[in-house]
Structures are given as C-alpha cells and as structure tokens.
Design a protein around this ligand. Structure first.
Ligand SMILES: C[S@@+](CC[C@H](N)C(=O)[O-])C[C@H]1O[C@@H](n2cnc3c(N)ncnc32)[C@H](O)[C@@H]1O
Length: 627
C-alpha cells in the first residue's frame, strides 16, 4: 500500500465535491486493520463519486461500484481500466485524433453550454471540440470493452473540467471568462494505476438505500453526501455529456431534469431513514462510513443505529486529522471534522429493535433471550402479542402475520400510527408538532397546554409528543382516559429518533393487525397454527398501568386465574403459548405448569440497568432450545 498511496498525491483527478483522494490512506488502513479479506472478498463502494476508494481497494479485492450519477460510475470504471489495448483495437491513436484542433462539432452540447445560447460554461470553440470528442468516442464504442469505452469517457470528463468556466461545479457558470476557460481544450490521458487484473466486478446506478439488499458484498463503504448540495444539480452537465442525449433543459443553467438524481442523503430526516435502512439491509459483514460533523446526522445517531445492527464491541468512531482533508486550495473552517465509523454486523437473528417508548414492564431487554424459546417459523401462521404494550416482542418476531392487542385503545392507536405512516413523514410530523406547540424540556406551560388539547383531540401524534416530554416518559391515564403524566426532563433525543426509525421500518416487514380487546376474548379465537405471547401486568409489581387509574381495567389475582384458564383452553385447541411472569416463587404458576406438563423456564435476570427483576416463562411446546 505504502508506495501506491504516495502516487495518489501526485496524480491529478477531476475536481469533485467530497472526493476522498486525500483520505484514501486512512480508509484503506482501517479496512486492512479491521476486516478479514481475501481475493474473493467483495468491496462495495456505494457512493463511488470519482472512485478514489474503489480504485485503492481494487489492489486487495473485487470491487463493486454504485452512484446515482452515470458520470461517476463511468469515471470510476475508467480509472479502473487498463487502457493499453485501446489503440490496437481501434487501429488508430485516439489521443492524436481527439487532439486535432480542427476536430469540431456544433450540435446539442456546443449550442447548449456555450455563448451560442448565452450560457458560458465553455467558449464556443472548446464546446465544439468537446462535442467532437464525445461523438468520436461513441463511434468507437463497438470495438472496445465497456471499461475501455469508459476510460475514454473518463479522459473526456477530466479534460472538460480543465477548461470549464465554473467555480468547480456545474450548478452555474461564471459571468466573466476565467483565464483557464479560454485556453484551448486538450484531450488529456487519465492517470491510470491499475494492473492487468483490476476491473469492476459490478456496477450499479441506483439510489443505494433502494437496492442495498440486492447487492452481494462483504465490505460496504458509504461516503454519502452530507449537506443539502444535490450532486445531480451540481454535475448535470457531466451527466449529459456521458448520457450523450439531448434532454430538455432548464432556462438559466441549462440543467437536464434532476428529479431522478434527487438524493435523500441531502435532506434532513430523509437521510436518517435512508441510513438506517441501508445499515439494516446490507448483506455486508463490515460497514465503513465517512461522515462529517457538518452533516445532518449526529455522531450519536450514527452510533445508535450502527450498534443496533453491529456488534457493539466492534464499533469505532475515528476522527481524521485536519491536515488530511485540507490542502492549500481547499482551506476549510477549522471546526469542520471528518470521521470514519466502523462496525462488524451482527447476525440477523441477534438484532433487536426497541420500541420508541419506555413502556412500564417492557420486554425490550429480554427479547433477545425470549427469541431462543419461540416456536419455529414454519410452525406458526399467526403470532399474537396479547398484552402488546410497546410491541417490543411482536416487532422482533420472524412470523409473517402478527396481531398486536392491547386493552388500552389509545396505546393501540399509537403503535398503529408507527405502522401506517411513512417513516420520514411521521418524524417530520412529530418534529412539527413539537415546534408548533413550543414543547421543550423544562417548559411546563406548553406541555400542560398540549395535555389539555389532547382531551379534546386525542390524536396519537399528540400523545406521542406528550409521552416524549412527560415525566420519565411514562404512559399514564386517569379513569376518564385522560393522559395525566406530569411534564418531565426528557426530550426527543437522537436515540429515540433512531429507535423510532428502526421500529417504524421493521414493523412494516410483516403484516400487523391491530386489536383492542380483553385477553380472554382474543384467546377464545386461537387454535392450531397460532402462537400467542402473553406478558400480563403483574399483580405484585408497581406498573403504572396497574394502579387502577389507567382508565381501562386494573389487574387482580382473578385476572391471573382467568388468564391461565384461557391459555389452557387455547392450548387444548392446538394453540402454542409463551407466558411471561415475574419469577417471585409464586406457587400458583409453578403448580399450574407442573399439572399441565408445560415447560417452566427461569430466565437470567439481567435486563439492563433499570430492570433487574427475575423473570420466568411457561411454554406448552418444544423447540431446539427447550428440547
Ligand atoms: C461524497 S460523494 C462521494 C465521493 C467519493 N467517495 C470520491 O472519493 O469521489 C457522494 C456521492 O454520492 C452520490 N449519491 C448521492 N445520493 C445517492 C444515493 N441515494 N445513492 C447512490 N449515490 C448517491 C453522489 O452522486 C456523489 O457522487
């Protein structure tokens, strides 16, 4: 790597926003330190831009590239091509032909991007020269491999940026001619580092988040945009040059339609949702992200998402030295910081999604253990989360059809809101509601005003905001179904945002139906093929929902007895059940399990910092773990 990386600083490549040429050493070193690699390893550069990282990694493994812009994947393919056979295949030296000053063509390109139509991206002469080169390269396409054709186009893209009358990007042209733009156009050879074997093993032009689950890869590198700058707008002209089409263009800048290139990664909230989806759905074992402290996503949010899907001990956040990403030309604000984030992914069955609620008695900390004892997927056609609460159990189940049930219809509406709304739209609405009503940590007045409003407008959106800013984020109602939690000291922080997004997306992977019935009514409907999880309120514990003021029902020992009878009846009809209960030595549970030959399993108590209660489960079936 050493000698090769020195060459990177000498070589000159197209100017490109966010290009990683100066950081490539750090990125490759991190990958070498942390990832097991062999020649068959597939490295996926999902936002390849000019391909700086893909090219460096091509010395070690197979490379797959992606970018929404074709000019980027073409340029990267060009950098990864060995061009030595091009002249022989064409029977001519293309550089001689393309550097003939008489080679000119006045078509769409020349007349659209030069003073022929009052735009000043190029002088008339240079625009005609560029159009000529593009035309000739197209004529040679059939005789060349895809990579060789891309190499010539990459040379053209590089050469064009030498004479463009812009400030580096093509969002607009300069109003006066820059000296550089008046120099004659030269078709320059692209510096090429690759050996005989390096080439691109796969090339895509998708929005990464839409296609990530289809890309077979071992190492995923993400270098997304981090500001609102849309690359499609900034590089429309290069895209048109590569596409070689004649699009309808906008009046002033002459831009092709950029809607297909509009990136979610350049929009607040949309980027959070796209990032979470990408991390969750990639098949890669290792993920490396380049990001900056000027981006929409905070390091806290990034860490929260990456640690949900990655092994926590493998997580790394590394700040890169300021000098590494600045050079004399690109002096930057000293508060700007560039980071690398790394994670090794968990296996899918180890991933647990937490509800974005602090539900009393929540099973969030236990789900990982409970998952070991659930019946196999093939044996369950319907899974019922009977006392659904925060839905921590149901959302983590692998079954295709899930029923969420809770007696509290306000909570049912809340969970349903996460299922039925588009995630970005919902988070924007939550944030807008917080803003509209001036809700903030410590502002009692606004909170109480919103709580009053909830009495006349019991919308789940308002309820969620009240929960977020309420005392310990508890869900409390009085006998009149009025939300009665006082204001608290918490807020919609980055961890809740990340949980909200994961919860919202994961729920939609399965079909979920919602019920608000009493448990015995639901149990009466269950028989063979169904698996019910029952996590009732515990008579002896202090659940807020069990204080008799919940506005629905309290929970007594009679309720316990009726639950056990109803489970027996469902079991006799062929339903499978798992009952969670506090492991307090209650004789009635032990006796009941023994009498019916059910399995009683004591779980380790460690559910996290705040919940050290011992738990047990009773199940009426067997699986690999239970025996
Ligand atoms: C920071 S640049 C990448 C720079 C690159 N690593 C390099 O060294 O040149 C981000 C790239 O992401 C692309 N992009 C933006 N949104 C995208 C999306 N949703 N999917 C794939 N590519 C996207 C842009 O076209 C741009 O080329």
């Amino acid at each position: 790597m050493g000698s090769q990386s020195i060459v990177f600083f000498i070589l000159r490549y197209m100017r490109y926003l966010g290009c990683k040429d100066l950081l490539v050493d750090d990125i490759v070193s991190l990958i070498q330190e942390r990832c097991e690699m062999s020649e068959s390893t597939v490295f996926f550069d999902a936002f390849c831009g000019t391909g700086a990282v893909a090219v460096a990694m091509s010395s070690y493994c197979r490379v797959v590239i992606n970018d929404i812009l074709k000019c980027c994947t073409t340029y990267t393919k060009g950098r990864l091509c060995n061009p030595s056979r091009i002249a022989k295949k064409l029977g001519i030296n293309p550089f001689e032909i393309l550097n003939n000053p008489k080679g000119k063509r006045k078509g769409f390109f020349a007349t659209t991007y030069s003073p022929y139509c009052d735009r000043m991206y190029f002088s008339k002469e240079n625009a005609e020269r560029i159009e000529f080169c593009r035309h000739e390269i197209e004529k040679w396409k059939k005789k060349l491999s895809e990579n060789e054709y891309s190499y010539l186009l990459a040379c053209l893209l590089d050469s064009v940026s030498d004479v463009s009358n812009t400030a580096g990007v093509y969002g607009a042209f300069l109003k006066k001619w820059d000296r550089r733009a008046l120099k004659p156009f030269v078709f320059r050879k692209l510096d090429c580092l690759t050996n005989e074997t390096a080439s691109v093993a796969g090339c895509h032009n998708h929005h990464t988040e839409d296609n990530i689950k289809n890309v077979e890869c071992d190492i995923l590198y993400l270098d997304p945009p981090y500001t609102q700058n849309q690359y499609g707008t900034q590089y429309h002209l290069l895209e048109t040059l590569v596409e070689n089409d004649c699009p309808s263009v906008s009046k002033i800048t002459g831009s092709r339609p950029v809607t297909p290139y509009r990136s979610k990664w350049s929009r607040d909230i949309d980027v959070h949702v796209a990032f979470e989806k990408t991390i969750a759905e990639t098949k890669a074992k290792y993920i490396i992200l380049s990001y900056s402290n000027d981006g929409f996503m905070t390091p806290e949010f990034i860490k929260d998402v990456m640690c949900r899907y990655g092994k926590e001990e493998s997580f790394l956040q590394k700040e890169l030295g300021y000098k590494k990403y600045t050079n004399k030309k690109s002096k930057r604000d000293e508060t700007h910081k560039e980071y690398l984030f790394f994670i090794e992914k968990k296996i899918n069955s180890d991933v647990v999604v937490d509800a974005p609620l602090n539900y009393t008695g929540s099973k969030a900390g236990l789900v990982q253990k409970l998952k070991k004892f659930i019946p196999p997927k093939e044996k369950v056609s319907l899974c019922v989360d009977l006392f659904g609460g925060g839905f921590n159990f149901g959302v983590n189940m692998p079954y295709q059809r899930i029923v969420y049930n809770d007696i509290n219809d306000r909570v049912v509406a809340l969970i349903r809101m996460f299922y039925e709304n588009d995630c970005s739209a919902l988070i924007k609405k939550i944030k807008a509601t917080i803003k509209k009503y001036g809700i903030e940590k410590g502002n009692r007045y606004s909170y109480l005003k919103l709580r009053e409003l909830y009495k006349i407008n019991p919308s789940p959106l308002i309820l969620y905001v009240l929960i977020l800013y309420g005392f310990q984020q508890q869900i409390r109602f009085n006998g009149k179904k009025e939300f009665n939690n006082p204001p608290g000291n918490r807020w919609f922080n980055e961890s809740l945002l990340s949980r909200c997004i994961s919860f919202c997306r994961t729920m939609k992977n399965n079909r979920v139906d919602f019920l608000s019935n009493s448990y015995e009514t639901v149990l009466q409907t269950l028989g063979a093929g169904s698996f019910v999880y029952a996590d009732p309120p515990y008579t002896g514990t202090l659940g807020v929902y069990n204080d008799g003021k919940r506005g629905f029902y309290g929970w007594t020992s009679k309720s316990d007895a009726l639950l056990l009878d109803s489970l027996d009846a469902a079991s006799q009809r062929g339903a499978k059940f798992m009952l969670s209960y506090v492991d307090d030595g209650s004789a009635f549970i032990v006796d009941w399990a023994k009498k019916n030959n059910y399995h009683l399993i004591h779980l380790d108590s460690n559910q996290g910092k705040y919940n050290r209660r011992k738990e047990l489960i009773v199940v009426n079936y067997e699986n690999e773990t239970i025996g």
